[in-house]
Design a protein around this ligand. Structure first.
Ligand code: ATP
Length: 265
């Protein structure tokens, strides 16, 4: 696939509840095919809203979005995009294997490729022993991993992940990052990845998008010009650390502004 996998042009979204929240304002973003892009920013700056719009689950109030050159809904119907939400919904009566396999089986007619070996994917995600268990028997982190394998089973061109590793301990998180990178490398998919972890963003990404709230907007786009694989040695290097510090400064600005706005309102 060549060209832009995800394109947002002047996207705005207002949530009208008890109060009016400008969740997104004037979002312009182009993600070239095959890139790994992370989105980072204070809570409430619109990261999930942006992901849901790209996934076709919400419509923007202004602007336009395309995914693989088509509308998000069409891309979703054609199973060209997969979403791992913050709280993945698994069917309680199905086993881990059943849950991970179901969407790929149901959507087989859309798939241009043979079904992947889901058992192998589950084993690689550290779920080999849990394959025949039901969701109620799993930890939160295990449920997240099932959701990731399930999304990969659809073999999407675009994969959207909303804080997929937030429920994991540090070492499991590292192992899962590793696996995500492997699968990303094998499939050549485009990834849009929401995280609160600066280290995770620098480790995984080609580009990091920094957002700020009120209104939710993009304040910085940082290309991570580090070689891959990003080994433990590289993670401890001054070059890696410089990216972390720079992103931390940019995020602090976004947080400070948020605090200031909250105090003023
Ligand atoms: N369905 C909704 N109705 C009303 N307001 C909403 C709705 N969804 C989101 N919001 C508001 O829109 C803003 C952006 O929310 P969003 O969940 O996109 O932020 P976020 O950056 O993903 O936050 P977090 O990091 O905490 O997950 C927040 O102020 C939130 O309260």
């Amino acid at each position: 696939m060549t060209g832009a996998a995800i394109h947002l042009d002047g996207v705005g979204r207002v949530h009208e509840d008890t109060t009016r929240v400008v969740a997104l304002n004037g979002i312009d973003l182009t993600v070239p095919a095959g890139r790994f892009v992370s989105v980072i920013g204070p809570s409430g700056c619109g990261k999930s809203t942006m992901l849901r719009i790209v996934a076709g689950l919400e419509e923007p109030d202004t602007g336009a979005v395309t995914v693989c050159g088509t509308t998000p809904r069409q891309a979703a119907e054609e199973k060209r995009l997969g979403l791992v939400p913050q709280q993945p919904a698994l069917l309680p009566w199905l086993t881990v294997l059943g849950n991970a396999t179901l969407p790929a089986k149901v959507n087989r007619r859309h798939n241009r490729e043979p079904l992947p070996d889901m058992r192998a994917l589950l084993r690689r995600a550290g779920l080999g022993d849990a394959m025949h268990q039901r969701p109620a028997q799993l930890s939160g982190g295990m449920r997240q991993r099932v959701a990731i394998v399930r999304a990969f089973g659809l073999q999407p061109d675009v994969l959207l992940l909303d804080e997929p590793f937030s429920a994991l301990d540090e070492f499991t998180r590292e192992a899962q990052q590793e696996q995500l990178l492997e699968l990303w490398g094998e499939r050549g998919a485009t990834v849009l990845f929401v995280t609160h972890s600066i280290l995770e963003a620098v480790r995984l990404s080609d580009t990091v998008i920094v957002m700020a709230p009120r209104p939710g907007r993009i304040v910085d786009v940082v290309d991570i010009d580090l070689p891959r694989p990003r080994t433990q040695e590289l993670i401890r290097s001054p070059e890696f650390h410089a990216y972390e510090l720079s992103l931390r400064d940019r995020l602090r600005d976004a947080f400070e502004q948020n605090k200031h706005d909250e105090a003023a309102s």
